[in-house]
Design a protein around this ligand. Structure first.
Ligand code: CA
Length: 721
């Protein structure tokens, strides 16, 4: 039994005592109750505070915060469902959520209530035992906001604290709801610095030190990223931290001074005009003992360094970094930049995770990270010093990481030029939840092993106020692009990985046919749960990866599973609804047999659950041939350019999928095409009005391009019908 955590072994304690020992924030440490369901002590929502989250193992029946506790290990200490009996898992109840867009949210469970969030930031509370809906709150996000975001109208979670549920909306509001009624208690606008048109929020707020904290997305719109902390009781702003320096003519807040001293020398020219990016659109994590907040920052804006800073090779801090801030005032503590002079959209926003690991005979307080760029990083979370880094999949942008300096040895031939190159990986692991099991010492996360063809626009002109201000070119060098695409197709692998963070080595993997599998939960029952791109929920042996149970769920759940227990019964819950960025990255939505984009559901399982999941009323309309619209090669080329600049982020490269597969438009949709694109006819369904941006001619050329695409793919589309 090698798998007890190093600390538990060192201290001679049971696993259940581990978190209580190292994470007691206010109460004296005492061994937690054994995590059997009968010993579970639920927290009441009114009593939920920072100490409860810091000592989440004392309340194993609840799921109190986004990653369950402040370490965000997504490890449930519950053992009623375990490797020996998981075969008996069955549906306890389900809730139809009335959404057809990507469900990325992790629900919370506090005091017998499950709080869930779905597209358009609609929050719903359910009785966690029966599934009875208790209340629903719709913040009425303006439909046009969908245009500001890169990847669907998704949302990843909520926060809870002292009787309140916090939701952050796509259009930048942070709202505190009364957890009993769902009525707003206070609302603040977090986009109050003049960048409203550039930003969106898809991440979950977190609560610590009496503050509720939220970031934003905007690195593809030439924004200047920041995170803000508000008083959790009143909504009054406590502090804001800007991730990249701004216009030197502006007076910065005092908490920005140290960061400014470190970051400003790494930029040159009038860099603030292109925003700089760095937006932390997902991960925020907290160590209550060190009183440090850790953020993972996004790609630089624009992507190409020569468009944002005049000195070649500038580091451009704090893009693509892990940054530690003091919780009191949001001032800079330390940073580790994963990629200086970042230029491939390698956000460092994947979930950060804290764990105490025994490395070279010493227990180290670590922070672990497996971002898009393909490396697994282990850092000392007190100092920011890199302990180790290893590529978890084959990659071609760096010859390793220098452990002395912490810097990657970037391969010169992978620097961006106008000539396309194939960068591997693309987004090896993105926002999907990662889990750590202290009993196995392994970290689990989904991996998409594939590359990206990328090139610079020779005549790039920054236009403030629109998405895709990246400087990326999708045209030119057609033969080379074809050859690189062929090369890329040769080594695409998709799998669930179990990674040993101490040895920096793969322990096992479960391969999948296609990309798009979801986030991960692990439990003390020696289990790993994951929604798969085969439209199932599966459970694996945490030590070996052996599949122990799998159930079809009629959808590909991309969200994170959670576990809770009530009245002596352990449950597994997951949102099932395909969509988001994955929809256009790794999945051909028209693949035969894949029923995607149907109603999203919250699914809850227990041992011997006997509920039946009703068959979807299959929403996909019958395939219709495209209208006969004449289109010259020039028209199609023009339409391709307009499509790529405005539509591809949601509807996919080459119009192959995305949030709606436009190759499958009905004849009626084709008839209504201009009303939909230019006059907002389907705005309520999430298709924003582009009338202020696109001309009648633009829309006509887009339609002609789409007609050409349908004709090209007609055989494939028929086969998938
Ligand atoms: Ca990005």
């Amino acid at each position: 039994m090698r798998r007890l955590s190093s600390i538990a072994i060192a201290a001679g304690l049971s696993m259940a005592a581990l978190s209580a020992l190292s994470w007691a924030a206010t109460a004296p440490a005492k061994p937690a109750a054994k995590a059997s369901p009968s010993a579970v002590r639920p927290v009441t929502i009114g009593a939920l505070d920072g100490a409860a989250i810091a000592n989440a193992d004392r309340h194993p029946g609840d799921w109190l915060s986004h990653g369950r506790d402040y370490q965000e290990q997504r490890f449930s200490p519950l053992t009623q469902i375990n490797a020996a009996n998981v075969g008996r898992l069955g549906l306890a109840w389900h809730a139809d959520l009335g959404s057809t867009r990507g469900l990325e949210g992790t629900p919370l469970v506090v005091g017998g209530v499950i709080y869930n969030v779905q597209p358009w930031n609609i929050v719903k509370a359910f009785d966690a035992r029966t599934g009875k809906q208790l209340w629903s709150y719709d913040p009425k996000v303006p439909e046009g906001t969908a245009r500001n975001g890169c990847c669907d109208i998704v949302t990843r979670g909520l926060a809870a604290w002292k009787g309140k549920i916090y939701v952050a909306t796509l259009d930048g509001r942070l709202i505190a709801l009364d957890a009993k009624t769902g009525k707003p208690s206070w609302t603040v606008n977090t986009f109050d610095d003049g960048q409203k048109a550039l930003l969106t929020i898809t991440g979950a707020p977190r609560v610590f030190d009496g503050k509720v904290v939220i970031g934003n997305a905007g690195g593809e719109s030439a924004a200047r990223g920041y995170i803000t902390a508000y008083d959790a009781a009143t909504g009054k702003q406590s502090w804001r931290f800007y991730i990249v320096p701004g216009d030197p003519a502006l007076k910065e807040a005092p908490n920005q001074a140290t960061a400014d001293k470190v970051a400003r020398p790494t930029w040159n020219g009038e860099f603030w005009k292109s925003g700089g990016g760095g937006n932390d659109w997902d991960t925020i994590i907290y160590d209550p003992k060190l009183k440090l907040v850790y953020i993972g920052t996004g790609n630089a804006a624009p992507w190409a360094p020569q468009f944002r800073s005049t000195m070649p090779g500038d580091d451009n801090l704090f893009n693509s970094s892990i940054v530690a801030l003091h919780v009191e005032d949001g001032s800079y503590a330390w940073h580790y930049q994963e990629i200086p002079n970042e230029q491939w959209d390698f956000d460092a926003t994947a979930p950060l995770m804290l764990a105490d690991l025994k490395i070279d005979g010493k227990v180290r307080q670590t922070i672990m990270h497996a971002p898009k760029n393909g490396f697994f990083y282990v850092l000392d979370r007190a100092t920011g010093k890199l302990i180790s880094a290893k590529d978890y999949i084959p990659q071609n942008w760096a010859d390793g990481i220098d452990l002395e300096t912490g810097r990657p040895r970037i391969r010169k031939e992978m620097l961006l030029t106008e000539k396309p190159i194939l960068v591997i990986p693309n987004a090896a692991h993105n926002w999907q939840s990662m889990a750590f099991n202290p009993q196995t010492g392994l970290v689990y996360f989904p991996v998409n092993e594939t590359g990206r063809i990328i090139a610079l626009k020779p005549d790039f002109q920054l236009k403030i106020g629109g998405l895709s201000q990246t400087g990326e070119s999708l045209v030119g060098y057609p033969d080379l692009r074809k050859q690189l695409a062929e090369e890329n197709r040769k080594h695409q692998n998709y799998f669930l990985i179990a990674w040993d963070p101490v040895k920096q080595k793969e322990a096992w993997r479960v391969p999948y046919k296609r990309g798009g599998s979801g986030g991960v939960l692990t439990t003390a029952g020696n289990l790993v749960f994951q929604g798969t791109s085969d439209a199932t929920l599966a459970a694996y042996d945490a030590r070996t990866g052996k599949k122990l149970w799998e159930s079809p769920v009629q959808q590909s759940p991309i969200a994170a599973p959670i576990s809770y227990s009530l009245g002596g019964v352990q449950y597994i819950a997951i949102n099932a609804g395909f969509g988001g960025g994955l929809a256009h990255d790794n999945v051909n939505a028209s693949e035969p047999g894949l029923n995607l984009y149907d109603y999203g559901r919250l699914l809850v399982f227990k041992l011997d659950g006997k509920a039946k999941l009703p068959e979807f009323k299959f929403m996909r309309a019958a395939l219709e041939p495209p209208p006969r619209i004449p289109h010259s090669n020039g028209d199609v080329r023009e339409g391709f350019d307009v499509y790529n600049a405005n539509c591809a982020v949601c509807h996919g490269a080459d119009a192959r999928g995305g949030v709606k597969d436009l190759r499958r438009m009905s004849s009626q949709t084709h008839k209504d095409f201009f009303d939909i694109v230019l006059r907002g006819k389907r705005a309520a369904n999430g298709m924003p009005n582009f009338g202020d941006k696109l001309s009648q001619r633009d829309a006509e050329m887009i339609q002609k391009y789409l007609v050409a695409r349908i004709e090209d793919d007609w055989v494939e589309l028929k086969a998938g019908n």
